[in-house]
Design a protein around this ligand. Structure first.
Ligand code: NAG
Ligand code: NAG
Ligand code: NAG
Ligand code: NAG
Ligand code: NAG
Ligand code: NAG
Ligand code: NAG
Ligand code: NAG
Ligand code: NAG
Ligand code: CU
Length: 521
């Protein structure tokens, strides 16, 4: 990993990149493989890497989040990750898990079926990773510094497809990602067959919606060498979906080009696809409702029917008072922006939680993350809650669960400083998304609507704006596992907590021992 100069939008910017590539290299594996990645930090700052959506059974040591499962890799140092693939199959990704570095330090992970086993659909002729991202014309470290003043970070300068904004932006024609296709067989719609490294019941759509951190496996049948008017090129386009467009992102269209190489040259400009508008919540909800696990003999699911630990977790963007001698750029009276789960804004310790747990070091964390919000109010009332509710409190509070316990988490968005959709990501597990809805969760009414038959098995759940989402998982992976919102700003403001899953009784239910190669803080 090192500083690399790259030019986008007529502008040269220095970014941290892996092997001089942006996006970084794709990792190819087969289901069940162990992949070893050597990281040499030739950059000028601390960094860690995370293998997003890889459960890493019994192996929290190499999961990646800084000060949660490891100490950072300091400039000049090396660190070797062991990535243990188990049940995942399909597309996942890897990214930095320190400060804002994820914006430029990321890449795809493609996990093929085991040798001798097949895809649950026709084997594709070609596989092409498509990474939807954002681009800033500045060093993202500067954005991170801005959020540390308690203010908000600047939104990006463009959306990107495989690191490129596309030919609708100045100086971007040459780099525009081109997907070269040969004449194929059937229709130009997209068939979604998987998400987060697990298979889905296939469904056909004109466009897909992927929330931050989520991955989709999509089949495209290349059967239209020309569009009827002699055109053999088509735009592939990506645009933000946001429950709060003015807050979050640059609403530009990122484009790439799908080009048929064995067709006559194009006569006119490529066609542009139909995409929902940026704030089309109904389109996003309808799309998400179509995600259902495949459920076949080869790809069974196991939705827990009985729950051991019920948790209701409120999500909020908050305020914290400005410290003595600090200048804060928060919105109200020099406060700073913060974020919380169950009104706890997580404070990163200076020794990682995993080492503190392993070596029983006292005073690093407290095991009292609450199972419910400390104060119940009308969470999703459209009128802004009173200012005193906006302030949160800080703490390194973790949730400890027994090995094998079934945990049900209901995430509840709140209107504190504005309702918003949040992509909540859990490390170490995939979980069943059994329910989603708008308004306040009602424990007498909503569980009856749960899908316990074929819910999707994911590692991130998009909690609807002013709504709730319920997930279930069996805590059969001992270790220390981070759970956080996948919006970079919300992560910086500490919208997260940690699960500690205790060891079980048998050797295969215990965490792997610590290796001597682990770094020191
Ligand atoms: C890290 O690895 C690189 C490449 O193998 C090597 O050149 C360098 O000396 C190593 N640095 C340390 C501190 O071990
Ligand atoms: C953020 O935007 C403001 C206003 O355009 C600008 O003054 C500032 O330099 C930007 N910050 C960064 C880190 O680019
Ligand atoms: C998106 O970025 C472009 C520059 O690439 C800028 O001109 C535009 O104002 C940005 N859009 C928003 C909504 O800030
Ligand atoms: C794009 O490519 C053409 C042909 O290779 C070259 O002449 C031109 O300078 C390039 N433009 C940019 C902005 O890189
Ligand atoms: C994105 O493309 C759509 C469809 O062509 C267009 O209506 C919209 O204005 C474009 N948005 C921007 C910011 O250029
Ligand atoms: C605030 O600044 C004053 C003067 O520089 C210093 O004496 C004091 O210790 C500082 N307080 C804190 C909490 O840093
Ligand atoms: C901001 O501070 C002023 C002066 O201390 C106070 O009168 C006002 O009520 C405060 N506003 C808020 C929103 O807290
Ligand atoms: C969160 O905690 C702070 C500090 O104790 C308190 O002032 C605030 O009212 C609490 N908010 C909620 C929603 O519980
Ligand atoms: C880098 O990591 C080391 C070890 O945890 C820590 O002591 C140091 O403060 C970190 N540097 C920065 C700039 O955060
Ligand atoms: Cu969030």
């Amino acid at each position: 990993i090192k500083e690399t100069k790259i030019t986008r939008l007529c502008h040269e910017t220095t970014i941290l990149a892996v092997n001089d590539q942006f996006p970084g290299p794709t990792i190819y594996a087969r289901k069940g493989d162990v992949v070893v990645v050597n990281v040499y930090n030739q950059g000028n700052k601390n960094i860690t890497l995370h293998w997003h959506g890889v459960d890493q059974p019994r192996n929290p040591w190499f999961d990646g989040p800084e000060y949660i499962t490891q100490c950072p890799i300091q400039p000049g140092a090396n660190f070797t990750y062991r990535i243990i693939f188990s049940e995942e199959e399909g597309t996942l990704w890897w990214h930095a898990h320190s400060d804002y570095d994820r914006a430029t330090v990321h890449g795809a992970i493609v996990i093929h079926p085991k040798r001798g086993s097949a895809y649950p659909y026709l084997k594709p002729h070609k596989e092409i990773p498509i990474i939807l991202g954002e681009w800033w014309n500045v060093d993202v470290g500067k954005l991170f510094e801005e959020t540390r003043t308690g203010g908000d970070a600047n939104i990006s300068d463009a959306n990107t497809i495989n690191g490129q904004p596309g030919d609708q932006f100045p100086c971007s024609k040459n780099g525009t990602f081109r997907m070269l296709m040969f004449f194929g067989v059937a229709g130009h719609r997209l068939t979604v067959v998987g998400t987060d490294g697990r298979y889905l019941k296939p469904f056909s759509v004109e466009s897909i919606m992927s929330s931050p951190g989520q991955t989709m496996d999509v089949l495209l049948e290349a059967n239209r060498p020309t569009d009827g008017s002699g055109n053999s090129r088509y735009y592939m386009a990506a645009r933000t979906f946001s429950s709060n467009p003015q807050l979050e992102s640059n609403n530009s269209n990122a484009t790439a080009i799908l080009e048929y190489t064995d067709a006559p040259p194009s006569a006119g400009p490529p066609d542009f696809p139909n995409l929902p508008t940026v704030d089309d919540i109904a389109a996003a909800t309808a799309y998400t409702a179509q995600l259902r696990s495949l459920v076949t003999k080869d790809h069974p699911i196991d939705v827990p029917a009985h729950v051991d630990e019920h948790m209701l977790v409120t999500i909020a963007v908050n305020l914290l008072p400005c410290g003595a001698n600090e200048t804060c750029k928060g919105p109200i009276n020099g406060s700073r922006l913060a974020a919380s789960l169950n009104n706890v804004s997580f404070v990163a310790p200076s020794v990682d939680v995993l080492d503190a747990y392993y070596y029983s070091i006292r005073g690093v964390y407290e095991p009292d993350f609450p199972n419910k919000p400390p104060f119940v109010f009308d969470f999703t009332d459209s009128t802004t809650p009173p200012l005193e509710l906006s302030f949160t409190k800080r703490g390194t509070k973790v949730k400890v669960v027994e090995y094998g316990a079934v945990v049900e988490l209901v995430f509840q968005d709140t209107g504190i400083l504005g309702a918003e959709s949040h992509p909540i990501h859990l490390h170490g597990f995939s979980f069943y998304v059994v329910g989603r809805g708008f308004g306040n969760f009602d424990k007498n009414k909503h569980p009856a609507t749960y899908n316990l038959v074929d819910p999707p098995y994911q590692n991130s759940v998009s909690v609807p704006k002013a709504g709730w989402a319920t997930i279930r998982f069996r805590a059969a992976n001992p270790g220390v596992w981070f759970m956080h919102c996948h919006f970079e700003r919300h992560t910086v403001w500490s919208m997260h907590t940690v699960f500690i899953v205790k060891n079980g009784r048998t050797p295969d239910a215990r965490m792997m021992p610590r290796r001597s190669t682990m770094l020191k803080c």
